[in-house]
Design a protein around this ligand. Structure first.
Ligand code: GCO
Ligand code: MG
Length: 408
């Protein structure tokens, strides 16, 4: 069996997605993967088309590890979000082919189910505590047992994640003279640090102790600020506090750990197992939450999970709306097989996305399921995808009150 074509499909059914379709010489046998990197879609598409695809033509798609090594170690310049996203898309498409060829779902190839369903969380956001409370209640009514809660910080225009229920960070279409421009958000640590513990005090007092709650810091705090937040959140028993520090500063997690027992999660901005390693081996986090679409696909994630398992760290793979259904499907296939799975972030895709990219996992009473069909169970409707051409869009940016740039 040989790879005959690697197709890169860029489409914008409401937001941009980059889809990889690997075609083989066996009639009708192809695989579908996701190589979407929010705000840098065309850079990844270029890597796929110009550099990776030519190396794959004529290769045996069954040799996933060898192809992975070729596209990672084979290049002198390794890693980085753009190349790792391209590699992730290829990896998923190859696992999809392998499953279809074997007549088995990917989770069966990964060792088979260790659980019946995949515990899922989604997003509740609001402009004030009561709006967040309402959003959490709606999630609970829908069956969610774990909910992420974010609230707007007074005076902080466009607070991350506070835009409403099920909100997933989106690229924004703000038009300046030269076309789309990033939205600029305002953010200050002091009001944020005052508001967040009060939000969780309110939620525990109103929605009760049972629903598991978590919060995404979005990599904005310094280590001592994060330590303060984690400590002040202790009475509210978070499921985890997500991504407190910038991914560059892994040493900072030691400071948070010294001060708090709030469980910590980190990883959506990591691109390889090497970045995860010190956090795992030093037991500085409790959940590893890499993005399968940006860190080398299923092949790399299962290795990361295996290291995490040694330290009783659970997985919580990134699952926002800005990665496409194939990554969400890959998440759930892996979650079903992993012994140390923790929780899975999810969103509900709009109908149009489901038409262009059918086969996203299905949510039922708090858990995610995938269809019991060969491969990943996802597809791409290429004719429909072509009707939604790419539109340039940026993620927002953050500036402090004094005008200086801060991490979004
Ligand atoms: C999350 C995330 C995302 C990111 C997004 C950026 O936890 O879901 O932080 O929503 O902001 O993936 O493109
Ligand atoms: Mg996050």
């Amino acid at each position: 069996m040989k790879i005959t074509e690697v197709r890169t499909i860029v489409t914008c059914p409401g937001r941009n997605y980059v889809i990889v379709k690997i075609v083989t010489d066996e009639p009708g046998l192809y695989g579908v993967g996701d190589a979407t990197l929010n705000g840098r879609e065309l850079a990844v598409a270029t890597i796929l088309q110009e550099y990776f695809a030519p190396l794959l033509i004529g290769r045996d798609p069954d040799r996933i590890e060898d192809i992975w090594q070729t596209l990672y170690r084979g290049f002198y310049w390794k890693g980085g979000p753009d190349a790792m996203t391209a590699l992730s898309g290829i990896d998923m498409a190859l696992w999809d082919i392998k499953g279809k060829r074997a007549g088995m779902p990917v989770y069966a190839l990964l060792g088979g189910k260790t659980r019946e369903g995949v515990l899922a969380y989604t997003h509740a956001g609001g402009r004030d505590f009561v709006e967040v409370e309402d959003a959490v209640r709606q999630c609970v009514e829908q069956g969610f047992k774990v909910v992420r809660a974010q609230v707007a910080v007074p005076g902080g225009a466009g607070t991350y994640g506070a835009g409403g229920r099920m909100e997933a960070a989106s690229a924004t279409w703000i038009h300046g003279d030269g076309g789309p421009m990033p939205a600029i958000e305002r953010w200050e640590p002091s009001p944020y640090l005052r508001v967040v513990p009060n939000l969780f005090a309110h939620l525990r007092a109103t929605v009760g102790p049972e629903v598991e709650l978590l919060h995404d810091v979005h990599e904005r705090l310094t280590p001592i600020q994060a330590a303060r937040l984690a400590r002040e959140l202790e009475p509210f028993h978070l499921f985890f506090l997500e991504d407190p520090l910038r991914p560059e500063n892994r040493e900072g997690f030691r400071i948070i750990r010294q001060h708090s027992t709030t469980p910590l999660a980190m990883g959506e901005l990591f691109h390889t197992r090497y970045e995860c390693l010190p956090l795992l081996t030093e037991q500085l986090i409790d959940f590893i939450r890499c993005d399968l679409g940006h860190s080398g696909g299923i092949t790399e994630a299962r290795k990361i999970a295996a290291v995490a398992e040694c330290y009783q760290v659970q997985t919580a793979w990134h699952g926002p709306g800005d990665i496409a259904p194939p990554t969400h499907a890959a998440n759930v296939h892996l979650d079903l097989a992993l012994p140390n799975f923790g929780v899975q972030e999810m969103v509900f895709f709009p109908e149009i996305v489901q038409e262009v990219l059918p086969g996203a996992p299905v949510f039922r009473d708090g858990y995610l399921e995938v269809a019991d069909m060969p491969g990943l169970g996802v597809d791409v409707n290429e004719d429909l995808a072509a009707k939604y051409p790419y539109q340039r869009a940026y993620l927002p940016m953050v500036r402090r009150a004094d005008g200086s740039v801060h991490d979004w």
